[in-house]
Ligand binder design. Sequence first.
Ligand SMILES: Cc1cc2nc3c(=O)[nH]c(=O)nc-3n(C[C@H](O)[C@H](O)[C@H](O)COP(=O)(O)O)c2cc1C
Length: 205
Amino acid sequence: MKVLLINGSPKASGNTARALEEMTGIFHKEGVETEILHVGNKVIRGCVACGSCGSTGKCVFNDLVNEAALKLEAADGLVLASPVYYASANATLIAFLDRLFYSTHFSKAMKVGAAVVVARRGGTTASFDELNKYFTISEMPVASGRYWNNVFGAAPGQAEADEEGLQNMRILARNMTFLMRGIALAREKVGMPEQEKITFTNFVR
Ligand SMILES: Cc1cc2nc3c(=O)[nH]c(=O)nc-3n(C[C@H](O)[C@H](O)[C@H](O)COP(=O)(O)O)c2cc1C
């Protein structure tokens, strides 16, 4: 069982990293393998809508996005964590996620997703919704905690004082582990849901 965790903060040891650390502590206790990919400190351009991935299944810009695609394909779960910037997820992370989800053709169905947002004060639920949308367009069940998954803090280290937020990270990691295990069992016992060929109906007349 393996979880890929994406740190969307430019800071390696900021509050987002602290939230992820609380989750990985539980994953390791539960015997779940983890890999943290630091995305927020990279220079990652946005999608140029060239359509090349339609035939290749990978992004025309051969950077961290294509590396992450291999990791995501092998993972049972994906955690997307971001600091809140102007009531939105970090722009670098969004550029990365747009290209990752758009360019890859492998099925993400039943990989469990969890979104985590970190803020000084506001914009958490909008950012949380933004990140969850990558899961819910990809047949990915969403793991939840005891609150919308946010951790509060401004300067690095301040998240330490958000006891409820950190507790929720532990709960979230346990719930995610349970869901991944349940899905693995269901896959073995009853198989995956039937897949249909996708129909695109564009609203253009
Ligand atoms: C450009 C920028 C915009 C920000 N916008 C918000 C915001 O809209 N709401 C908020 O509560 N905090 C905002 N913050 C504060 C960060 O979300 C907060 O410091 C967070 O802990 C950073 O996480 P990190 O330490 O993992 O980078 C902003 C910070 C920056 C640099």
